[in-house]
Write a protein that binds this ligand. Sequence first.
Ligand code: AMP
Ligand code: MG
Length: 330
Amino acid sequence: MTRTLEADPVAPLGAALSEAAEVVRRGGLVAFPTETVYGLGANALSPEAVRAIFEAKGRPAANPIIVHIADRSDVARLTSRWPGVAERIARAFWPGPVTLVAPRSGQVPDVVTAGGETVALRMPAHPVAAALIQAAGVPIAAPSANRSARISPTTAAHVLSQLAGRIDLVLDGGACAAGIESTVIDTTTDPPTILRPGPVSAEELWNEAGVRSVAGSAAPGRPHRSPGAMARHYAPSARTIVTEASEACVYDEAAKGRPVAWLRFAREAEPKPGVLQLTMPDDANAYAAVLYARLHQAEAAGVEVIVISQPPSGSHWTAVLDRLSRASRA
Ligand code: AMP
Ligand code: MG
């Protein structure tokens, strides 16, 4: 049985929080809201607890998990070296939607890092996430709270749709603000490498932390999202098509008698009756905030095809375009 408890996102301390912290301390699994997506948390210092995350998600063992902390002093016990560049980024963006990869300490279990020599750390800004980590008194390992390779959850209902019965507790703190997963930065390379684009862009790293970065995947020999296995990391179960010619594509699929959802911009032509029409914001951050919710909605409606109007190029769309390309890869 998975229980759901409401956690007030403004003043999260209370019975729900203490109960969730207790579940974490005794090795259980708690889904909780962050400013990016909902995480599926367990005591990061307990290999058994972290193994339960892999089991509940059906996650491949080669995929390492981000460790969430509530206090900067935790960095010292979890890393063996903290590069200057990591410190600069942390000062500018923590607490926030940025994950920093650094050499790990002996306190981090192998299962967390997928056997690798680095650990990924984040200090989330969401008051419920911060309060939970603090109350648990241990760092919390947490990937997104979805079944492996499915759409990440941005509400408690999304979590339950995939993980009900597989985890102990969901803390319901409402919808996530950013709506896509954190920016992941490997600080062991020079310059640092953006392993996963996210809410904080390369441009902001430069403007706000004075850090120049490059885009790329993890160095060979290190645990990373192996391109073959993880390409469809954010995929809906319906066939998903991202195209400039979305209107024609929608008519085409509908003409073949297939149930279709269309994620369209307001400026585009009205779709045919019978098409599930979901209007997307023109602003990149606002688009990211609702993207997964719209994909969940299309999936729940049981459509066979999801057609997504191609968003503009331009650097602030980088993270959205990354998620769309993963969602639509065959
Ligand atoms: P998620 O499962 O959605 O929370 O995504 C976690 C992602 O964080 C993984 O797919 C990796 O890209 C990244 N990650 C976590 N730990 C590490 C690490 N030690 N080294 C490199 N990347 C990591
Ligand atoms: Mg994930």
